[in-house]
Design a protein around this ligand. Structure first.
Ligand code: FE
Length: 200
């Protein structure tokens, strides 16, 4: 886990990526060219349903989250799959260019997918920015801020005598006395050594 200690210090933001019929939380977003229609890259885990959709669809939107965003949005888009839950029904969204964007955000960027680069765990999707709107000047949430405040943002609570294990990478919570030895975070696939115990 030595490498994780340093790679987690790479500054990234917090976004909801949406595309036709799905979406998820992402942090690996970069602007990779200049001009009025810059290229934006985003890495999405291969096992995510959203990754499948991005191989069929031609567009994605990135809604930029602010530091006071409702934890429900992160839970809905980060810890669930559209295979089991209609994320859009639970969230205040608006249709822009055929993609649903998140209203409770700083604004959105709509990108047309121009390239897909596969690596072992993720696909890097490259999009050309075709439409964008800023809603407000709230402070954007960084991944580092999320790390520091995730238990408050997600309102992680334990009842008296109950034990919870919080994934230090993504904030996923497992309730139970002990984590099974072979436990892997269902969201980010990291092992049990990434979980911190929280008890009341
Ligand atoms: Fe995790």
């Amino acid at each position: 886990m030595k490498n994780l200690e340093i790679t987690r210090k790479i500054s990234q933001g917090m976004y909801i990526l949406t595309t036709q019929n799905g979406g998820c939380v992402v942090d690996a977003v970069s602007q990779i060219s200049a001009g009025d229609n810059p290229l934006i890259s985003v890495a999405v885990m291969k096992k995510n349903f959203t990754n499948e959709l991005l191989h069929i669809n031609d567009k994605f939107a990135l809604s930029i989250l602010d530091e006071n965003v409702s934890g429900e949005i992160i839970k809905t888009f980060g810890f669930n799959s559209m295979r089991d839950l209609n994320k859009f029904e639970k969230t205040n969204v608006e249709d822009v260019d055929g993609v649903k964007i998140i209203k409770d955000s700083i604004g959105y960027m709509i990108c047309e997918i121009i390239d897909r680069i596969e690596n072992d765990t993720h696909t890097l999707f490259i999009g050309k920015l075709i439409n964008a709107k800023k809603f407000n000047d709230k402070k954007e949430m960084t991944y580092g801020y999320y790390q520091e405040h995730k238990e408050d943002i997600l309102k992680v609570k334990t009842e008296s005598g109950e034990t919870a294990w919080v994934c230090m990478a993504c904030g996923y919570v497992y309730y139970g006395e002990e984590l099974p030895d072979d436990f892997r975070c269902p969201v980010c696939q990291l092992g049990k050594e990434m979980f911190k115990k929280k008890e009341d």
